[in-house]
Design a protein around this ligand. Structure first.
Ligand SMILES: NC(=O)C1=CN([C@@H]2O[C@H](COP(=O)(O)OP(=O)(O)OC[C@H]3O[C@@H](n4cnc5c(N)ncnc54)[C@H](O)[C@@H]3O)[C@@H](O)[C@H]2O)C=CC1
Ligand SMILES: O=C(CO)COP(=O)(O)O
Length: 336
């Protein structure tokens, strides 16, 4: 019987792509799918037409609809939407030594980062965060990709995970800054919505570059309050992912923003989607958390106003009439 050392929890686009990245060289991978019939379809057709129709999957990937099948895995990659991470983790029959969190978001209601949610449920597991500029369809196609792999278990955990997860075209970089890796991934999704709005309103590429840069300043300010290191946010999981997601309609968050900028209603757009645009869930939690920590995040607030039904043109005008200020106040080493 095949021994599955590594399991992937969640067969959306990203979980399926990660399973394919790991399984393409013949490594056995167990993939848990939520939807009725999806595991059978993956095992039969070696495709996931629901979430990643572009890929033909390795035959060493076995899908299951039963969480208890994951009990024998030493490493579990958790790839559910952020709001479901806690409920799925608490239904696992056995918690493995290594949990690798791949979701990008903040828990609504509690304001907890994903590693805090996971630690409360799995205090004996070593928790790592995998985050970076990673469109699922490119990873599944074997295109070169680099990520931050922040290991709460430090270098000993990295020694276990790096050989298990690295591939010639998939390069993890070590960090021990869990908060940094998670702040980058969750904040950039909200900023990508804002950049999509700029595109939808046809405000031009100068405006988009300004928004990326001023958004990065918001990410740094928020990160500082959450105990993240600025150097982590300058890396793959912060600036790297911000640049990717804010410049392509391959991003669900960017596309959502573009549709909002073109005048479609947030309520209709969110009601119609099967796939997740995490920024829409993160934005209000992030706004509230930032306010609690006294951090100014005007772009995040603007995205919240838009998601609440505000008019995109009016909100953009409000942004442009904010008081002028110093970009780099005296004594600071990063934009404020
Ligand atoms: N797609 C991508 O390129 C990347 C996605 N991510 C992150 O990975 C996470 C998962 O995203 P995708 O795989 O893209 O999702 P997706 O949008 O392709 O699919 C939706 C996923 O949500 C799951 N789901 C729906 N209701 C659920 C419930 N009640 N309990 C548990 N799971 C439920 C579905 O089974 C499916 O796996 C998100 O946090 C996303 O930000 C991170 C990097 C890249
Ligand atoms: O996180 C991603 C790329 O790194 C995927 O972005 P979207 O969720 O906006 O599609």
């Amino acid at each position: 019987m095949t021994r599955f050392k590594t399991g992937v929890v969640g067969a959306g686009a990203w979980g399926t792509a990660l399973a394919q990245m790991l399984g393409a060289d013949g490594t056995p991978v167990l993939l848990w799918a939520l939807e009725d019939g999806l595991a059978d379809a993956i095992n039969r057709d070696h495709r996931n037409d629901l979430y990643l129709p572009s890929a033909t999957l390795a035959r060493t990937i076995r899908a299951t609809g039963n969480l208890s099948d994951l009990a024998a895995c030493d490493i579990l990659l958790i790839v559910t939407p952020a709001q479901h991470l806690g409920s799925v983790l608490s239904r696992l029959p056995r918690l493995p030594r290594d949990l690798v969190l791949c979701s990008k978001g903040i828990e609504a209601g509690t304001g907890r980062m994903m590693h805090e949610v996971a630690h409360a449920i799995a205090p004996a597991s070593d928790i790592a965060v995998l985050s970076g500029p990673t469109f699922a369809h490119e990873v599944a196609a074997g295109l070169p990709t680099a990520v931050t792999l922040a290991c709460g278990g430090g270098e000993a955990q990295w020694e276990r995970l790096a050989p298990a997860l690295a591939r010639p075209a998939f390069r993890p970089y070590y960090s021990d800054d869990l908060a940094g890796a998670e702040v980058g991934g969750s904040v950039k999704n909200v900023l990508a919505i804002a950049c999509g709005v700029v595109d939808g309103l046809k405000l031009g590429q100068n405006a988009r570059a300004a928004l990326i840069s001023r958004g990065y300043a918001e990410m740094l300010r928020f990160g500082e309050a959450m105990g993240a290191r600025a150097a982590t946010l300058a890396g793959l999981c912060g600036l790297g992912d911000l640049v990717l997601t804010c410049s392509s309609t391959s991003s669900r968050n960017f596309s959502l923003g573009k549709a909002l900028g073109e005048g479609q209603s947030a309520r209709d757009l969110l009601r119609e989607r099967r796939t997740v645009a995490e920024g829409a869930h993160t934005a209000p939690v992030l706004r509230d958390l930032a306010a609690r920590h006294g951090v100014s995040m005007p772009i995040v607030e603007a995205v919240c106003a838009l998601l609440d039904g505000g008019n995109a043109t009016e909100i953009a005008q409000t942004m442009l009439t904010r008081p002028l200020k110093a970009e780099m106040p005296a004594g600071e080493s990063a934009p404020r």
